[in-house]
Design a protein around this ligand. Structure first.
Ligand code: ZN
Length: 75
């Protein structure tokens, strides 16, 4: 199956990665509790639900480690 059912998108407000169905036009961010429109140019396509989840997890972890806030907390 080569239909991309899921998209991975970044919240324009807080930068948190999340995923949604390709049919969705907007997404609610669990971190900043804001509804944002899904911009088709900025999305990353995923083939399965599992893949979308993994992509979100990896991206959010990467950002966390790069964040100066995280480094400050580690001290
Ligand atoms: Zn957000």
């Amino acid at each position: 199956m080569d239909v991309k059912e899921f998209i991975v998108i970044r919240c324009p407000k807080c930068g948190k990665w999340t995923y949604a169905k390709t049919t969705q036009k907007s997404r609610f961010c669990s971190r900043c509790e804001k509804q944002f429109k899904i911009d088709p140019i900025k999305v990353v396509y995923a083939e399965t639900h599992k893949q979308a989840q993994m992509m979100v997890k990896v991206r959010n972890e990467q950002e966390m480690y790069q964040s100066p806030l995280f480094k400050a907390k580690k001290r």
